[in-house]
Design a protein around this ligand. Structure first.
Ligand code: PMP
Length: 394
């Protein structure tokens, strides 16, 4: 039977990781893969996570099934974290899912049950996995204008004009904060306008919230999500705990749905649970129980928030240092946008030849679209990196 298959395209990031690993130059710099790294270049287990795991090990009484929606305490804690008081909880349902990706997957399936073949409008550009997840769920994909390669900021007027033309059969995928791959984000006033547009057109907001707390803080990063929820009758949110809790391999996320009223929420949720049951039956517990333990315990929560702030502030400092180093060496403000961007990534807007040059000449690795992971910038070599970038575009 398998002779009918041809080879699927390989994953570009994994290929880049392989190339980086095979590069023997000690001066090489990895700005490719999308995981947070500390100043030693490692992705550590957070101390709040370690402590929660120790508590779990001594307190756990059973490994019996949890149920289709997963860990209930985790779901409630994530709703408090993400929604605060933006929306009446009677209209909200949540199911734990394997990562932000798993959450996106089950929610896209849900959209396809409600409106088979509907169009999901994604930002141009967007995270490389959005398209396959939507298509794999039976939906269509279109793009709305987002990143302006000239200013490296959001083309907001064009974005809003495109959103204003949508209708109740459309789905709008928005990055709640820390846009991947660009690093360019909406300000609060722009979120207000997007929320008003969605309320006017009836298009369904679908928020991908994979980096809460990685931009300016938990509260500021949740602004857009909460504003939209307060403005529209229906919404979907795919939350990920991979980055902000450093739980990448535990595969922990939450699929959140907001319906018109409680009755509609129950019906919609029954479809979501039915999708999960037919896909993987139930989610794994470990990551969820870690997050529940941390969020429900005042001391652990304070420790986690401090660790999250440390990661966030380190990325902001690296952004400022790189922008300053390029400004000093070039006498221009062309790369000041790096300091204005937020989250783990910035799209530098380099031509592919410059990306290839950086890899070949300097051992600086980034994805071919010129996205850098700012957490990968070695703090003591910001000057080298600035010089390499300028040489590559000269
Ligand atoms: N959405 C975006 C925009 C992402 O960048 C990521 C992680 N790369 C995810 C969702 C999902 O992450 P995970 O499945 O690892 O939780």
């Amino acid at each position: 039977m398998f002779e009918t298959l041809s080879k699927a395209p390989g994953d570009k990031i994994l290929a880049l990781m392989g190339e980086y690993a095979a590069d023997s130059r000690p001066t090489k710099i990895d700005l490719g893969v999308g995981v947070y790294k500390d100043e030693k270049g490692v992705t550590p287990v957070m101390s709040s996570v370690r402590k929660a795991e120790q508590l779990m090990l001594s307190n756990e009484k059973t490994k019996s099934y949890l149920g289709i929606a997963g860990n209930k305490g985790f779901g409630a804690a994530v709703l408090d974290l993400v929604l605060a008081d933006s929306v009446d909880r009677a209209r909200v349902r949540v199911a734990q899912a394997p990562g932000g990706t798993g959450s996106l997957w089950v929610l896209m399936q849900l959209v396809n049950r409600a409106r088979p073949g509907a169009t999901v409008h994604v930002s141009d550009p967007t995270w490389a996995n959005h398209n396959p997840i939507a298509i794999g769920s039976g939906l269509k994909v279109a793009t709305y204008p987002y990143f302006d390669p000239a200013t490296r900021a959001v083309k907001f007027d064009e974005m809003l004009a495109a959103l204003d033309k949508l209708g109740p059969d459309d789905v709008v995928l928005l990055h709640g904060c820390c846009h991947n791959p660009t690093g360019a984000n909406l300000n609060n006033e722009q979120w207000d306008q997007v929320a008003a547009s969605l309320a006017r057109t009836g298009a369904l907001p679908f928020i991908d919230l994979a980096y809460l707390g990685f931009g300016d803080g938990i509260e500021p990063d949740a602004y857009g999500t909460r504003k939209i929820l307060a403005s529209v009758p229906e919404a979907l949110i795919a939350f990920s705990g991979s980055k902000n809790f450093g739980l990448y391999r535990e595969r922990i996320g939450a699929a959140i749905l907001v319906a018109r009223d409680g009755e509609q929420a129950d019906v919609t949720n029954s479809q979501l649970l039915n999708i999960i049951r037919g896909a993987y039956s139930q989610p794994p517990d470990h990551g969820a129980e870690i997050i529940r333990t941390i969020l429900e315990d005042a001391d652990l929560r304070a420790e986690w928030e401090a660790e999250l702030a440390e990661m966030r502030n380190r990325m902001i400092v690296l952004r400022e240092k790189l922008a300053a180093a390029i400004r000093e060496r070039s006498n221009s403000s062309d790369f000041d946008f790096v300091a204005d961007h937020r989250g783990m990534f910035s799209l530098l807007g380099l031509p592919v030849e410059a990306v290839d040059h950086l890899k070949a000449e300097n051992g600086v690795y980034m994805t071919s679209d010129s996205r850098i992971n700012v957490a990968g910038i070695p703090e003591d070599r910001v000057g080298d990196l600035a010089e390499a970038v300028l040489a590559a575009i000269r």
